[in-house]
Design a protein around this ligand. Structure first.
Ligand SMILES: C[S@@+](CC[C@H](N)C(=O)[O-])C[C@H]1O[C@@H](n2cnc3c(N)ncnc32)[C@H](O)[C@@H]1O
Length: 188
């Protein structure tokens, strides 16, 4: 309750969408990502479009970078997760999907915003993330929706075309959402 009030306060003060004020637990897709990442136990994680960091800040990776197109959203993320930011080393940076990111990560997550990105642009952006930012043995996580109310209903096969990833699509989430867990081979 106190947390929700604080988040509404942050949304008002920072002028960000009230969507972000919602309860951290309310999205089943987040629970599934967290469940799988807890099992995989990545040592590093990159989330693009991280919002208030409710996925990023709940994965116990050693090195975590959350990126978002909105600097104001990222201030709300830092203030929502001060322990993770100030003590546990979670970092935040303003960045638009498609812009270059430094470093490699065991988990790269892009969820609940890519339905606004045209398929060809998204394919290029995901390909760059896999090539430049995903470790061998790492996992790329993204979502697709099957719902005419969303701008783009992406096809995972198109997005992952020519990438040698072992992909699993897990459906049944809210608003026709499926999650894609695409693993990069661990190599020799
Ligand atoms: C609905 S929120 C989802 C937050 C988080 N991924 C989650 O699922 O809990 C979408 C976030 O993506 C960010 N965003 C939208 N377009 C983006 C882009 N092109 N590049 C990076 N972030 C973007 C928004 O600012 C917003 O914070």
């Amino acid at each position: 309750m106190v947390k929700t009030v604080f988040r509404h306060f942050l949304c008002n003060v920072l002028g960000i969408e009230r969507w972000h004020a919602g309860d951290e637990e309310r999205h089943p897709y987040r629970q599934e990502i967290l469940r799988r990442l807890h099992t995989q136990a990545p040592k590093s994680m990159l989330e693009i479009g991280c919002g208030l960091g409710d996925i990023l800040c709940r994965v116990p990776a050693c090195r975590r970078l959350g990126c978002d197109i909105s600097a104001r959203v990222l201030w709300a993320a830092r203030l929502s997760h001060p322990l993770q930011w100030l003590v546990r080393g979670a970092r935040f940076a303003t960045l638009r999907l498609g812009e270059p990111v430094q470093g490699r990560f065991d988990a790269v997550v892009c969820v609940n915003f890519i339905h606004i990105i045209p398929p060809a642009d998204l394919q290029v952006a995901l390909r760059a993330l896999v090539r430049d930012n995903l470790t061998l043995g790492g996992v790329l996580v993204f979502d697709v929706v099957s719902n005419p109310q969303y701008r783009y209903n992406h096809d995972p096969a198109f997005l992952l075309k020519d990438m040698e990833l072992d992909a699993e699509v897990v459906g049944g989430f809210e608003f026709g959402r499926s999650l894609v867990f695409a693993h990069k081979a661990a190599g020799e």
